[in-house]
Design a protein around this ligand. Structure first.
Ligand code: DOR
Ligand code: ZN
Ligand code: ZN
Length: 453
């Protein structure tokens, strides 16, 4: 056998251990991991200079925009940011223009993504107008369904518990995961109204509209509505509060498939940073007090939190700089800061390396049924994240591949840098340079598509 590529002289994260080895790749798959003498000959060899190889990282929560929001980000810039940040697979949220929530809008978006993506991309759908269309959207390739509870985005009436129940039932029968943004729309509206009337428009006032109770209330409603649903998987996006995490921990005890995510923003920053970074630190759900930040960190360490997602939410600089917080667009880019921030936590001994790989590769692959990803093993896809584990460097938002060249983490000093990103055996990023053409990434679909009658 002559392999396409052999990577030599690396330390690879394999089954919880870091092993010195070589990795052979053939037709986009890992065909052998072993000592150099055991390697097949190859068309190309790369010396990885003892850098660390991780299973390709998976970000299950990004907003790549494109279509009519391409001025904020498009598939090329967004997936370039992913590759630069060490991500080989990203799952794209459906709050697009047009909204992704039908076979038609999904098909169009898949066609566009196919031609423009540099890493593997899966697309979420919002709930369709007619729930009967949901299985078809799933078959067409939706990686899962997103439910925004903070405002009415899709066509499932979020004010109606019965509608939520029907939505979860249909998704469950289709074996489709539901990813939830848990904030209660009506509470936010009430709080916002009062604040606006009193002319409270500063960044800090955002917290009084998006309280912990807003998060917990939405979680409780969702959990209750899914009580009688036997199948199904609920994945709570960006948990931000201690009480929210407790609510999820309780719900997990029922044995149902319930998982949750945290963002690096809520792990690394707290509400005092709003004074420092102003509108740049406004996101939904918001940054909270230090006690919550500490509870989240504990949840990450103990395994109560399953994944880390960037919630990469690009906007233009102008959109982030209104006078009133109610006019500002919420969210910040995260694809190029997530891995270095998490590696820095490991370096500081706040997190084990094993947890980092679980949170960013193994669990995301598990939860989304990506059986060929998440681990370095013979036969798996050759998605690899190469990192210089000890390299100190400074985050420079102006150098982001994302169109959104701002971040509260701008100028932060971090340790550990993704230096090469291989997607299906192709070198996509090398020392922050993108070296493949758009369209080289693959569209990924949920692998287990069987439905229950
Ligand atoms: O901060 C956020 N940004 N939260 C959301 O729920 C949406 C997202 C976006 O699309 O910008
Ligand atoms: Zn969200
Ligand atoms: Zn989001």
């Amino acid at each position: 056998m002559i392999a396409d590529l052999v990577l030599n002289n690396t330390k690879a994260y394999i089954k919880g251990e870091i092993l010195e080895c070589s990795i052979a790749i053939e037709e986009g798959k890992i065909v052998k991991i072993g000592r150099p003498p055991q390697m097949p000959s190859a068309d190309q060899k790369i010396n990885l200079q003892r850098m660390l190889t991780l299973p390709g990282l998976i970000d299950t929560h990004v907003h790549l925009r494109d279509e009519q929001k391409a001025y904020k980000e498009d598939f090329i810039s967004g997936t370039s940011a992913a590759a630069a940040g060490g991500f080989t697979t990203v799952l794209d949220m459906p709050n697009n223009q047009p909204l992704t929530n039908s076979v038609k809008t999904l098909k169009t978006r898949l066609e566009i993504a196919k031609k423009r993506t540099l890493v593997n991309v899966g697309l979420y759908s919002e709930f369709p107008k007619n729930l009967a269309e949901l299985p078809q959207i799933s078959r067409e390739g939706a990686i899962g369904f997103k439910l925004f509870m903070g405002n009415q985005v899709g066509d499932l009436n979020i004010d109606d518990d019965q509608a939520l129940k029907e939505g979860f039932k249909t998704a469950g029968k289709t074996n489709a995961i539901v990813a939830i943004h848990a904030e209660d729309k009506n509470q936010i509206m009430l709080n916002e109204q009062k604040l606006k009337q009193a002319k409270h428009n500063s960044p800090k006032d955002f917290l009084f509209a998006h309280t912990e109770q807003v998060e917990v209330q939405a979680m409780k409603r969702v959990i209750k509505a899914s009580e009688d649903v036997v199948d199904g998987h609920l994945h709570f996006c960006h948990v931000t509060s201690q009480q929210g995490l407790e609510t999820i921990k309780e719900a997990k005890k029922t044995g149902k498939k319930i998982t949750c995510e945290v963002t690096p923003n809520h792990l690394m920053l707290n509400s005092t940073d709003i004074a420092r970074y102003g509108m740049m630190a406004i996101m939904m759900p918001p940054l909270r007090d230090r006690t919550h930040q500490e509870a989240l960190m504990k949840g990450v360490k103990q395994g109560d939190i399953d994944t880390v997602g960037s919630d990469h939410a690009p906007h233009t600089f102008e959109e982030k700089t209104a006078d009133s917080v109610w006019e500002v667009k919420v969210g910040i880019p995260g694809l190029e800061t997530t891995l270095p921030l998490m590696l820095t936590l490991v370096k500081k001994d706040w997190l084990t390396f094993q947890r980092l790989v679980e949170l960013l590769a193994e669990k995301p692959a598990d939860i989304y049924g990506l059986t060929n990803k998440g681990k370095l093993e013979q036969g798996k896809d050759a998605d690899l994240t190469i990192i210089d584990y000890n390299r100190p460097w400074t985050i420079e938002a102006s150098k982001f591949k994302s169109k959104a060249k701002f971040s509260p983490f701008d100028k932060w000093k971090v340790v550990g840098k993704p230096t090469k990103t291989f997607v299906n055996g192709n070198l996509v990023m090398d020392e922050n340079e993108i070296i493949t053409k758009p369209g080289s990434g693959k569209i990924i679909r949920k692998e287990k598509q069987e439905t229950t009658p």
